[in-house]
Design a protein around this ligand. Structure first.
Ligand SMILES: CC(C)(COP(=O)(O)OP(=O)(O)OC[C@H]1O[C@@H](n2cnc3c(N)ncnc32)[C@H](O)[C@@H]1OP(=O)(O)O)[C@@H](O)C(=O)NCCC(=O)NCCS
Length: 192
């Protein structure tokens, strides 16, 4: 069935809309929970959470998460939420793009897509955490800051020797903003 066009001002596909590459963007449902779990497992260095955690993301936090499918396959995922203590913040928990869909601008499109939803009214900052060696993640969020014409700052937050068991690097808290959420423009790259 062809979805109704719902293009957003950023250029990212709207809810239920397909991108040029036939990728469909939607809030997740419980039926996506297991596929999310498997996609995360296929996207190191992301931490795996329990399936139960992914099911809660797909239900209680569906309005600030996105599932992107090519046909029946989940190829993109963002979990995010609005921290109750910081009403102007969208906290991006995890971003995962399957290898077959990387390099097309999908991660940036997913962030723009979430920001444009009614559930993100009042958001003027993005926060996330990144380990020092995750070049792809730094590249993604620096690109978002550039497109929003917003400052990006970072500082160590969850510390290797204080908060994690051995083997987990320090997570740096990255803050982008303040920005006008309407100012984000995402141009999609040619689909594979
Ligand atoms: C990180 C990830 C989500 C990027 O997905 P993607 O759809 O390929 O990213 P995009 O095509 O939207 O690229 C966004 C920006 O990041 C940059 N980027 C993407 N992969 C990169 C890499 N491996 N190294 C450096 N920069 C990279 C792109 O050049 C682009 O920069 P630009 O905005 O200046 O053009 C994907 O590689 C992934 O799932 N990795 C494994 C999981 C992970 O590390 N997630 C953490 C993200 S919070």
């Amino acid at each position: 069935m062809e979805m109704q066009s719902n293009q957003t001002s950023s250029g990212a596909p709207g809810v239920g809309e397909r991108s040029g590459g036939g990728l469909e963007f939607s809030p997740p449902t419980a039926d996506d929970g297991l596929a999310v779990h498997r996609l995360i497992a296929d996207c190191p260095p992301l931490d795996q959470n329990s399936v139960y955690c992914n099911l809660l993301q797909c239900t209680h936090f569906a309005e600030t998460c996105v599932a992107v499918k090519r046909g029946d396959d989940l190829v993109g995922w963002i979990s995010a939420y609005r921290p109750p203590q910081e009403p102007d913040v969208l906290f991006v928990w995890q971003v995962a793009v399957g290898e077959s869909a990387r390099g097309l601008g999908l991660a940036g499109q997913m962030i723009a897509h979430i920001l444009e939803r009614p559930a993100c009214r009042g958001v003027s900052r993005i926060k996330t955490t990144i380990t020092a060696d995750n070049a792809a993640s730094w590249g993604l969020f620096k690109g978002i800051a550039r497109r929003l014409s917003a400052a990006l700052s970072d500082a160590p937050w969850f510390l290797q020797n204080q908060h994690f068991p051995p083997g987990h690097d320090t997570e740096h808290l990255v803050t982008i903003g303040p920005f006008e959420r309407d100012s984000l423009t995402i141009s999609s790259r040619p689909a594979a």
